[in-house]
Design a protein around this ligand. Structure first.
Ligand code: HEC
Length: 139
């Protein structure tokens, strides 16, 4: 009995930081915008890094230059519903049996996956235009 309530307590405590770290992930809640964009092609530095990661890892080989889908599915569509956790699971581990490579050994992906998520979200929202981007705070 005593052992059991201790167990419940430690599970609750273990879940606590995760709940804080993942506030945007409640389904049904509006997710805060994690990218900034002006004129469709000027973005914050994080999002710019996300776009560079997309280019460097050549995701367009399979998902299309405009994320419209090719041999891989359209990410414009996928990002209407794909949350950050699911995105993380897909790029780190991949779905190798279905043709989606595992990018977990890529340092660029390790560093920039959240920025890449933001970039693709912006593309899916229709706020970021396809094609080249520039930093918005360059004068
Ligand atoms: C060699 C081809 C290929 C490359 C390169 C590739 N993908 Fe994929 N990707 C796929 C395929 C095929 C699927 C569909 C897998 C399935 O059926 O579940 C997929 C699925 C995905 C999904 C899940 C979509 C959904 O609807 O759930 C995401 C997200 C994704 N890819 C992102 C990326 C990103 C980001 C990159 C670049 C870092 C990338 N992919 C590079 C082939 C590729």
């Amino acid at each position: 009995m005593k052992g059991r309530s201790l167990l419940v307590l430690s599970i609750a405590l273990a879940a606590l930081p995760a709940a804080f770290a993942q506030t945007p992930l409640n389904p049904g809640q509006i997710q805060p915008v994690t990218y900034k964009v002006v004129d469709g092609n000027k973005v914050d530095n994080g999002t710019l890094l996300g776009w560079r990661t997309w280019r460097a890892l050549a995701c367009e080989r399979c998902h299309g230059a405009q994320q419209e889908g090719l041999v891989g599915p359209s990410l414009v569509d996928a990002f209407k519903t794909l949350d950050k956790n699911e995105f993380h699971r897909t790029v780190f581990g991949g779905r190798v049996d279905k043709g989606m490579p595992d990018f977990s050994s890529s340092q660029m992906m390790q560093k920039n996956w959240e920025s890449l998520y933001a970039y693709l979200k912006g593309r899916s929202d229709g706020k970021i235009k396809p094609g080249d981007l520039q930093a918005m705070d360059v004068k």
